[in-house]
Design a protein around this ligand. Structure first.
Ligand code: SAM
Ligand code: SF4
Length: 327
């Protein structure tokens, strides 16, 4: 197996796949509350199509796959996709990013199908804040049950993603930090990316330097190097904590210099960079019986299109919503 590198000698070994643009939540930073033009079923890739693309990507060096969305667990039969992927021998790691709502009922079957680990998004620990942030009929208790089920099923390490927002949940940063000490949680603080802004600076944006300051009362953090994963987070640990604190800084400190990933959108476009709208369509070729060799060429072309870096700031906009690209 060759591991393909892009034009800047970065080895590309990680593929993130959005399996649906639909979701059972409407998080304030991700989707409008209503009037969303969702793709219809025929427009999104079938599991067989996704699997063919992963087979080709695996021949070209992809060893790690993450399933995301939209909310991946609203796609029916997701377990069968996991099972298909586990048959590709060179894929070492299959992970899932989810809002956790449906995880309590699905964690065990996902694990049995070959899923290795999960990241769960949780932006508040206060039940009364859950609806204002997610604008849905579910409850914080559903996510907590999902976290417990993931731990019980052995989907380790369970990582918890918190998008920190000024005036919305920034007063809870310290509570999340404390959970790494009291409950062994692995919490990752994510800077808000300006995906749904109208080009104006987002007043909710909080730089990671500020997030770190809010954690000061918990004591000194030591860098932690042993976390499983291939993402851009930097990890730390408080003295005596079993859990870790991670920081993801897409806005204030981009991590493009060692970016190792490609993205597959729910409607079958290979996207070399989250923040660039350049894409290569694989769906039409797949539906016109393209050979594996030709598919390989398209994949290699997309890898070569990967830009050196993005220039996101608080006012960046991209055409595609996060739910189609996969966060
Ligand atoms: N629905 C799943 C979930 O919420 O985990 C997977 C898809 S979601 C798009 C993936 C991740 O992107 C989540 O952790 C979410 O919090 C994050 N995200 C979405 N919009 C974001 C934004 N504007 N800025 C920062 N993170 C964002
Ligand atoms: Fe849905 Fe995830 Fe977006 Fe929230 S962040 S609306 S859970 S896709």
């Amino acid at each position: 197996m060759t591991c393909l590198s892009d034009s800047f000698q970065r080895p590309i070994n990680y593929l993130r796949i959005s399996v649906t643009d639909r979701c059972n939540l409407r998080c304030v930073y991700c989707m409008p509350e209503e009037g969303i033009p969702f793709l219809n079923h025929a427009e999104i890739l079938t599991f067989e199509e996704i699997n063919r693309i992963i087979e080709v990507a695996a021949e070209l060096g992809i060893t790690k796959v993450r399933i995301t969305g939209g909310e991946p667990l609203v796609r029916l039969g997701l377990t069968s996709l996991i099972r298909m992927i586990t048959r590709i021998k060179t894929i070492e790691d299959i992970a899932l990013t989810t809002n956790g709502i449906l995880l309590a009922e699905k964690a065990a079957e996902l694990k049995a199908a070959g899923l290795k680990r999960v990241n769960i998004s949780i932006d508040t620990l206060r039940p009364e804040r859950f609806q204002p942030i997610t604008r849905c009929q579910y409850e914080l208790g559903d996510v907590m049950a999902g976290i417990k089920a993931a731990e019980a099923a052995g989907l380790h390490p369970v990582k918890l993603n918190m998008v920190a927002m000024a005036g919305i949940n920034d007063d809870e940063i310290i509570d999340f930090g404390r959970k790494t000490i009291t409950d062994g949680w692995n919490v990752r603080f994510i800077e808000l990316m300006p995906f749904t802004s109208d080009g104006q600076a987002d007043a909710r944006f909080l730089p990671v330097t500020e997030i770190k300051k809010r954690l000061d009362p918990l004591g000194k953090m030591e860098p932690y190097k042993h976390t499983v994963g291939v993402g851009p987070a930097k990890y730390f640990r408080f003295a005596g904590a079993n859990g870790t604190v991670g920081f993801i800084t897409p806005v204030t400190e981009h991590f493009c210099f060692n970016c190792n990933r490609m993205r597959l959108t729910s409607d079958g476009k290979l996207r070399p960079c989250l923040l660039s709208d350049k894409e290569i369509d694989l769906k039409q070729p797949l539906r016109h019986n393209i050979s594996q060799e030709e598919l390989k060429k398209l994949y290699m072309e997309a890898v070569k299109m990967k830009p050196r870096q993005h220039n996101m700031n608080e006012q960046t906009q991209v055409k595609r919503p996060m739910r189609q690209v996969g966060g």
